[in-house]
Design a protein around this ligand. Sequence first.
Ligand code: NAD
Ligand code: IPM
Ligand code: MN
Length: 360
Amino acid sequence: MSMNILVLPGDGIGPEIMAEAVKVLELANEKFNLGAELTFDDLGGAAYERYGSPLADETLERAHQADAILLGAVGGPQWDAIDPALRPERGLLKIRSELGLFGNLRPAILYPQLADSSTLKPEVVAGLNILIVRELTGGIYFGQPRERKVLDNGERFAFDTLPYSESEVRRIARVGFDMAMVRGKKLCSVDKANVLASSQLWREVVNEVAADYPDVEVSHMYVDNCAMQLVRAPKQFDVIVTDNLFGDILSDQASMLTGSIGMLPSASLDANNKGMYEPCHGSAPDIAGRGIANPLATILSVSMMLRYSFNRADAADAIEQAVSQVLDQGLRTGDIMSEGCESTGTAGMGDAVVAALKNL
Ligand code: NAD
Ligand code: IPM
Ligand code: MN
């Protein structure tokens, strides 16, 4: 199986965390004979500066040709005021949409060594292992029409549209159920069916798909309650399946259960498990350029890539084990720092994972 990987470091801390993830990938490549070949390009603000577009046609073509894509993060205040169609985030949305990456897996797993890093009590989060399955190419992020205008009375006015077709709901529900089948066999579908028509359809279709998965225990929850339950008793969840916007918000919230958003990787998959892999966090402009960002979410995204796109559980497991060993050693970036631990930076953390992986 060929392993052509397109690497898109992006903006802000993107290049810093990606440098560490690439070190780990290159070592795994040698150690496990993966045959990985890396190509580098730009996305987001970096692409806007280089190509005049946050996703150049040639980059999109490279993404189509690649077997998998590894992404850092995009965006930054310097591009907040440009034409909205050219914003870095548009490049990210376009690559997700053009590649049909509708199934976004965001696992929130608490490494036991980080029980003290979460802002929640250790007993609330101990043993946490939940998977948020987020619909990624539909809903309010892409719905048309959307418009900003000035009304006749001079008021500024804007609206977005939240559409879902039954086929879009069915395919993401299937991802959720398939994941539940290989995990704890519990699926909670999160919506706002007490208010939104799109959520009413969502719930109906999830119930139809449930008929094909009699072994999975299905529940439905309103998104406001889910936000509350995630901090009250997060271990009640196994798989959460939800729409694009709710999944965006709930996954950032879930990240704090694991200690930091700097720990949360993700996979965005198409119907054939071709995927793009990226940390759930953004470009963190507030800490960019200082060498202090946590690279583990990106390193763990490499592991997800090897597991889901290339079926290399051996290499994926080894990377996760190396990360766990480094946490055992007490090494911490600032975002996961706790008493008695040793502070390190982005490169220090990446080097430690490389050293641990070498010795496995
Ligand atoms: P953010 O995730 O970039 O940062 C939120 C907070 O978390 C910040 O305080 C940041 O310092 C911290 N943080 C994030 N990643 C970290 C890491 N690896 N290690 C340590 N701390 C980390 O979210 P934001 O500030 O709302 O957005 C900043 C920019 O990133 C915006 O332009 C936004 O659009 C973009 N963004 C991009 C992606 C992506 O590329 N997938 C995701 C989210 C946000
Ligand atoms: C994410 C990000 C993106 C999203 C932005 C940058 C478009 O927040 O990947 O979680 O909202 O999907
Ligand atoms: Mn987000």
